[in-house]
Design a protein around this ligand. Sequence first.
Ligand code: F6P
Length: 556
Amino acid sequence: MTSAQSVGHPRVATSRRELPAWQALQRHADELHGVTLRALFDQDPDRARDLGFETCGMYVDFSKHLVTRTTMGLLLDLAEQCAVTQRRDAMFAGEEINISERRAVLHVALRAPRDAVIAVDGHNVVAEVHQVLDRMAEFTRRVRSGEWTGHTGRRIRTVINIGIGGSDLGPRMAYQALLPYVDPQLSARFVSNVDGADFVTATADLDPAETLFIVSSKSWHTLETLTNARAARAWILDAFGGDTTAVAKHFVAVSTNAQGVAEFGIDPQNMFGFWDWVGGRYSMDSAVGLSLMLTIGPDQFTELLAGFHDLDEHFRTTPAERNIPVLMALLEVWYNNFLGAQTQAVLPYSHYLEHLPAYLQQLEMESNGKHVTLVGQHVDYQTGQIIWGQPGTNGQHAFYQLLHQGTKLVPADLIGVVQPLSKLTDQHDLLLANVLAQAEALAFGRSEDQLRQAGVPEEEIPHRVCEGNRPTTTVLLDQLSPRRLGSLIALYEHKVFTEGVIWDIDSFDQWGVELGKILATTIIEELTADEPPRLAHDSSTNELIRRYRAARGRPI
Ligand code: F6P
């Protein structure tokens, strides 16, 4: 039985729009039109307290959202009518909630404590998870101690993770986030793009004798990763006079496909596995995080997992009205489906969190960019939102103008870290002042009256008015440690899950990315053929192929 049936998902397609809570929210959105955040705060002195929540070392302030108590009540009704709690429990129980791929969705098992039991087909997967973690820790110990050396006996100084999407963005993001925890003797780099410039740039200043490649691909079918892995093997063989025994000392693999890894020439002994119930974009805490474990060490990696688990427990056990990922999801559904927002900005005020927006783009957009419901019916409402952003304060001098005075509704997450990690602590106060100032300015703006009282010339007033009512969530992390990073990422994972349940979609497949991959395999042959190819595409694609061939000196 699939989970869609087991939690009472109707076999006969009904739209979420028909739910009483959805309809009530639609009416409520009309009633709320024109209400200002200033008025909402003036009317309710307890607003900040009532809409502020704390868990896992983070304080999350939802009070600067365009909602009343009624809105929150209706959104919670929607969660109930969409069976969010039951779907959550089905995920934790290992049911096949990934309907289109007929798979369980158990990234929560990756960070479950050693003595936990989570069964898939009657089999406890937690034991396997810890076997792989133990092997990763042992390998890490050998590399960091210098026991594992390169082909010529030199210590490994750089690990290069070759992967893309979920096999790249998580460890890349977390490595940057946790740089202060990285062993200075061992650094990591990340190669993802099939553009050869990526590999060439990453290796330009490296000594092959001190470089270890982690080829990371869940499927072991990904063109970009296998192409870069071949380039890496050629680079190593070139350095060691074609001696293929060097491969074993300079390559390890992370995959679910042992056969593919062996065919590539990597010893399966040097492969770290994971499972089909881990989605690529949910895999940074599996063996996909090997580059991170190598550089921050097993103890800090264990802390990261503990942080994920902390938030899993919050999500699993906290009633919806205090459940932070559920509330976060409901607020985004409110803007997306009832107030017409198209995008959601993520604005981390931390240089270390530089890659968080890119990571969240895959997590959210690959998960929730879907056009049919679980039973295959075309949706008649908006689903996944467009995620974008970059660290503050840089963004303030680029796109915040549009946030403050533009015509688009762009809800934003502002993420601040209380304890500084850099030695320049005065600058940290300045950084945090900007988080709070931006949230305040976006919410309350600056009115004509305020400008007039400040003596602004009358003709300038319309240009300088900031209307406010720009909604934000402020997340204050007490520190950016491995544990807190784990909790922060799990917060977003469960937010994405909850949104997917509300939208009645499969958040765990990604069929949409397949078509482009298939077409590229035909086009690569047409671009490179010695003879002019017989082209059968549309006239635009045919013309682009001919122009490229001509420019590269190939006959057309
Ligand atoms: O972009 C599609 C996708 O399948 C992602 O879901 C995945 O994270 C990425 O490609 C890489 O896949 P793999 O780990 O199998 O190489």
